[in-house]
Design a binder for this molecule. Structure first.
Ligand code: PMP
Length: 304
């Protein structure tokens, strides 16, 4: 936290922090997986690039370099002796003035790590999730930069997941003002039509996910065609298979939309294959995708 390792119980912020009042923080969600090279941070470079890009959107200058952040992440994982964990770097405007413009507020930086299993539940990975169209619309990128991962922007997701959960669904599907599909409250979406994958892109008010990027590359390398275009709810209702992607959710099949079965209503063969390939890549079992790994030990050795 701000350059020092502190105990969880002592990692506190002041109640006058700008971010607490206005949501002015940016963050990442990263996973560290156990691999043959020991614990390894998956897609570190991509996550840090997105963190700095999110900060730029809000004119926030992160007072550390990419390399310092990467070293801090590895040190935090290593000190906690985790082999598999979730990593949450967060940069936010701290305490100074509570005027809306955070110009005088210091930028505070922390890295949190904790063990976190399957985000949508172990069962979801195998059996799939039941989702619902959210009554909450996804905000348009002219309202807030959808490509940025900023704290306050998540109020939209919070409303959507609270509503979905209350109505007995695992996850919400947010549409835009035109009724087109955007994404889940914390996941991107893919549809399977035969040997073709469809997904939307940054023009459709999504956070362009890093898991999405992995799945696109894995799919193309395994001979599937991938097309990015706007998606209608009808496209989802008529596809062979559908799944969510996200760092926390990994690759999660979607089995129902508002009680209507998607495909066979269970994890399909293409989703199964991509899910397995993704988890193999994340666990460092695929030579082609070692490029996505940053082994904690290697980073520590380089820092010595
Ligand atoms: N959309 C939203 C709104 C998210 O919160 C996330 C999770 N970061 C994603 C998509 C998926 O992004 P990633 O694959 O980079 O985790």
């Amino acid at each position: 936290m701000n350059g020092k390792c502190v105990r969880w119980a002592d990692a506190n912020v002041h109640i006058s922090s700008h971010a607490l009042h206005y949501g002015t923080g940016v963050f990442e969600g990263i996973r560290c997986y156990e691999t043959p090279d020991g614990p390894s941070v998956f897609r570190m470079g991509a996550h840090l690039s997105r963190l700095y890009a999110s900060a730029d959107c809000y004119r926030m200058k992160i007072p550390y370099t990419h390399e310092e952040m990467a070293a801090a992440i590895c040190e935090t994982v290593s000190r906690n002796q985790f082999r598999n964990c979730y990593i949450r770097p967060i940069c936010f405007f701290g305490s100074s003035s509570l005027g809306v413009h955070p110009r005088k507020c210091p930028v505070e930086v922390a890295v949190l790590v904790w063990p976190w299993g399957a985000y949508l539940g172990e069962e979801a990975l195998e059996r799939g999730v039941r989702i619902t169209v959210s009554p909450w619309q996804k905000f348009h990128s002219r309202m807030m930069p959808t490509a940025a991962k900023a704290c306050g922007q998540y109020l939209n997701s919070v409303l959507a997941i609270q509503d979905a959960d209350e109505r007995g669904f695992h996850e919400a599907l947010l549409l835009d003002a035109q009724g087109k599909i955007t994404e889940g409250s914390g996941e991107n979406i893919f549809l399977v039509y035969g040997d073709r994958l469809l997904t939307n892109d940054e023009h459709d008010s999504i956070l362009p996910g890093i898991t999405r990027d992995c799945v696109i590359e894995i799919a193309r390398n395994s001979g599937l065609a991938v097309e990015a275009r706007p998606l209608e709810v009808d496209d989802l209702l008529h596809c062979d298979e559908a799944f969510f992607t996200g760092t926390a959710a990994e690759v999660a099949p979607i089995c129902e939309l508002d009680g209507q079965r998607i495909g066979q209503g269970k994890r399909g063969p293409v989703t199964t294959k991509l899910q397995r390939a993704y988890l193999d890549a994340a666990a460092g079992r695929t030579a082609t995708y070692r490029k996505w790994h940053c082994p904690v030990k290697q980073m520590e050795a380089a820092a010595l």
